[in-house]
Design a protein around this ligand. Structure first.
Ligand SMILES: Cc1cc2nc3c(=O)[nH]c(=O)nc-3n(C[C@H](O)[C@H](O)[C@H](O)COP(=O)(O)OP(=O)(O)OC[C@H]3O[C@@H](n4cnc5c(N)ncnc54)[C@H](O)[C@@H]3O)c2cc1C
Length: 405
């Protein structure tokens, strides 16, 4: 069976829902195909206690508020997924769930999508299959008797085998998971690489507010290859700054970057103090920029000098462990919070760079009628976030409605 539609959107996460809403309001006939459920990744690719990294007033589409949350609250992940489902159903968006696109090609000027339920032909295609598609697990540890999983498969402390846990990677996911585990009474080791760690709040405002004021959400991608910055932030427990000294105070043993593992011994780079110092410098630079902005704009915000007080470094940073015997440390589980990569193997079009990323300008590819939305740094730093995807989707839907690329 072949179905024909003006515009096909592939993926029904927040980026696909946003694209559909804008296509609808611009009068473009379209269909969204989602292989699972709407916003599936918020439900089944995230741990149970995850809340949004930004408060509810910020992490949402501009035209719909969270109805059951205080604007300053951090939405639990199920509430985020429900929000997108409700948004789609309130607008009667044409989203067909349970249909996977297994191949996308082009015949003449028509796109041909082979799906699990037949073929769809379209003049335009918007690929909205997510910024985080395939878990990355470096295969450095080969040791029997240790459970290894990616952060996208972690659920809660009780679901892990008894024993200590090594969390590799200290971005938002790794840092939050390590904190949850140590609070649950687990012995936790956390491998910390280079990172940014902005303050959760400063002078009465959340950091997402400051990023907006300082123009950081709108930043274009920096030098190619340096786009990825590991950022440790958390909305958990009401939201607090991710300070690794505080995690060490709770009992987490901080480690440097994980290297190779030989004979059950994990080798760690001697870079922990440098990574912590870089994170501190980033933290302090945000305070400096915020102060400068407040002064320049004459904002009357309460001073917060105590935010600049950094506590002494814990022993695990000043005398770091450089080799960890996993069995002797009682480690039963390794959680790889080491990120994701793209996976566009199902697209048969010559538009990819050697690293697998599509060639595009702000989401517009060199193939007429083919667009991407929701990718990190698609048009700016905010592009993979909820409201950023909304803004990119609006612009791309406008191009499609005008029949231009
Ligand atoms: C742990 C974590 C926490 C995050 N927290 C926040 C936050 O608090 N705030 C924020 O703004 N952002 C956050 N993000 C970033 C971003 O908002 C999420 O990654 C979000 O899920 C991205 O939405 P998306 O629609 O672009 O992609 P996805 O949610 O990944 O949706 C893509 C959809 O496409 C479907 N799909 C894929 N391939 C096909 C195919 N071939 N055929 C049909 N369907 C397909 C998938 O099933 C999926 O439902 C977080 C990310 C992570 C990993």
């Amino acid at each position: 069976m072949t179905e024909t539609i003006h515009t096909l959107v592939i993926g029904g996460g927040q980026a696909g829902v946003a694209t559909s809403a804008h296509l609808q309001s611009q009068g473009v006939p379209h269909l969204v195909l989602e292989r699972d459920r709407i916003a599936e990744r918020w439900r089944t690719w995230r741990w149970d206690s995850l809340v949004a990294n930004g408060p509810a007033w910020h992490d949402r589409f501009p035209e719909a508020e969270f109805t059951d949350l205080d604007p300053e609250e951090f939405a639990p992940k199920e509430a985020v997924a429900d929000y997108f489902v409700r948004f789609a159903s309130d607008r009667n968006l044409p989203i067909r769930t349970g249909v996977e696109v297994t191949n996308l090609g082009r015949q003449g000027s028509t796109f041909r999508a082979v799906t699990s339920q037949g073929t769809v032909e379209a003049r335009n295609v918007v690929v909205a299959t997510g910024p985080f598609q395939k878990p990355v697990i470096p295969t450095v540890i080969t040791l029997s008797g240790i459970t290894q999983l990616h952060s996208s498969a972690y659920r809660n402390p009780a679901a892990l085998p008894e024993g200590a846990v090594l969390v590799v990677g200290a971005g938002s996911s790794g840092a939050q998971i390590a904190e949850e585990l140590v609070r649950a009474g687990r012995q936790v080791y956390l491998s910390v690489g280079p990172h940014d760690r902005p303050p959760r709040r400063y002078r009465g405002q959340d950091f997402v507010w400051w990023l907006g004021k300082l123009g950081k959400w709108d930043m274009k991608a920096p030098t190619p290859g340096t786009e990825h910055v590991t950022i440790a932030v958390s909305g958990a427990y009401g939201g607090h700054t991710m300070d690794f000294r505080r995690l060490a105070g709770l009992g987490v043993t901080l480690l440097g970057r994980a290297g190779g593992c030989r004979d059950g011994v994990l080798h760690l780079a001697d870079d922990l103090a440098a990574n912590i110092a870089k994170g501190d410098a980033n933290y302090l630079s945000v305070l400096d920029e915020a102060d400068a902005y407040a002064t320049a704009q004459g904002l009357e915000l309460p001073d917060e000098p105590e935010a600049r007080v950094l506590h002494p470094l814990p022993d695990c940073v000043t005398t770091p462990t450089l080799a960890l015997d996993l069995k002797r440390a009682g480690i039963a589980t390794v959680i790889w919070a080491t990120g994701f990569q793209l996976d566009f193997g199902w697209i048969d079009l010559d538009i990819f760079r050697p690293d697998g990323r599509p060639r595009h300008q702000d989401g517009v590819t060199e193939v007429p009628g083919l667009y991407f939305v929701g990718l990190p740094w698609l048009s700016c730093r905010g592009s993979a976030f909820i409201w950023g995807a909304w803004r990119d989707a609006e612009r791309l839907a406008g191009l499609i409605a005008r029949g231009a690329g």
